[in-house]
Design a protein. Structure first.
Length: 244
């Protein structure tokens, strides 16, 4: 019985090996895979640095938020720029998840990428509001600056630029991470810093240490995806097969 099974499985194993050895890998594949992984790693570091550089407000009030921006304008601008470029790495993260789930757990990967796409595209541009809020607080009396900032956020179509899409993005990241883990290219531990990064500010509220820790966790998540992409072979990147 064992001999028969081995004989039956031999052609299958040989066929799989032949298919793996015959994978066509385009010359630019290695550069693109390494670029995606490296940009994600750099973006994760910039995200963590941006959170650490931010001058955090003392309370949830809009007045305190605007006051924090102008308390150290140079530092606030540096933090906004760091976060702007750090958040840009969220797109390479989605590209990496697409490669990891192109063959296995395609539904989960596609769902995660779909949920994340709008938020990931919108988030870097939202940092420009820091500069406008800072300028309003510097040029207007405090009460008028608060009123103007609130008025901008209350415009009816403002929710279409960010808003709920940001939370959807994090849900999508979690779904895509699980799909990549089930596909064999990630580890479930990668989801822990993502969850911690989202939960910490919700649980602890406006707290500088919690916010900095949240940024470090989000940065670690992005870095871990970049490392996972760099660890893939070119054939795995092209085929989505763990055995390639």
């Amino acid at each position: 019985m064992t001999a028969t099974t081995a004989a039956t499985n031999a052609p299958t194993v040989a066929a799989a090996a032949a298919a793996t050895s015959s994978v066509e890998v385009a010359p630019a594949t290695r550069f693109r895979r390494r670029a995606i992984g490296s940009v994600a790693i750099v973006g994760g570091v910039l995200t963590a640095a941006g959170f650490a550089a931010t001058v955090w407000e003392a309370s949830p009030s809009k007045a305190d938020y605007l006051a924090s921006l102008v308390s150290n304008p140079v530092q606030s601008q540096i933090a906004a720029v760091l976060l702007h470029f750090g958040y840009m790495a969220f797109i390479p993260v989605l590209v990496a998840f697409a490669a990891m789930t192109r063959r296995r757990w395609r539904v989960g990967g596609t769902l995660g990428i779909g949920l994340s796409a709008i938020g990931a595209l919108a988030l870097p541009g939202l940092l420009v509001t820091d500069f406008y809020d800072m300028a309003m607080r510097q040029t207007l009396p405090a009460d008028l600056a608060v009123k103007a900032s609130d008025a901008a956020q209350e415009l009816p179509l403002g929710a279409l630029v960010g808003g709920p899409f940001i939370m959807m993005m994090f849900v999508g990241f979690l779904v895509a991470t699980i799909a990549a883990w089930r596909a064999g290219f990630a580890h479930w531990v990668m989801a822990l810093p993502l969850v911690a990064g989202v939960v910490l500010p919700i649980v602890l509220g406006v707290d500088p240490i919690a916010n900095i820790a949240s940024g470090a966790c989000l940065g670690l998540f992005v870095v871990s995806v970049g490392v996972a992409a760099l660890r893939m072979s070119d054939a795995q990147w092209v085929t989505g097969r763990k055995d390639a």
